[in-house]
Design a protein. Structure first.
Length: 73
């Protein structure tokens, strides 16, 4: 059975909401039958994504509302 977890990869101040956010990846680790495989990234999220989604304008792809804009690059 694969193991799934969210891991924080970066903490940074977001200019859209003026707060510190944590950028996280959803990692899927392989089962014990394939121990040499690296984990796969299957999702991305921001710790303040729900707050950004309540704003009246699209924010960024980490919140899921503006796929072409990444303020953390």
């Amino acid at each position: 059975m694969p193991w799934v977890t969210w891991r924080t990869v970066k903490r940074q101040v977001c200019e859209r909401i003026d707060e510190e956010v944590a950028l996280e990846f959803k990692l899927v680790y392989p089962s014990e039958l394939l121990p040499d495989q690296p984990p796969r990234i299957v999702g991305r999220r921001c710790s303040k994504g729900m707050e950004c989604n309540q704003l009246d304008k699209p924010t960024c792809h980490w919140a899921g509302t503006l796929p072409g804009y990444d303020p953390f690059r």
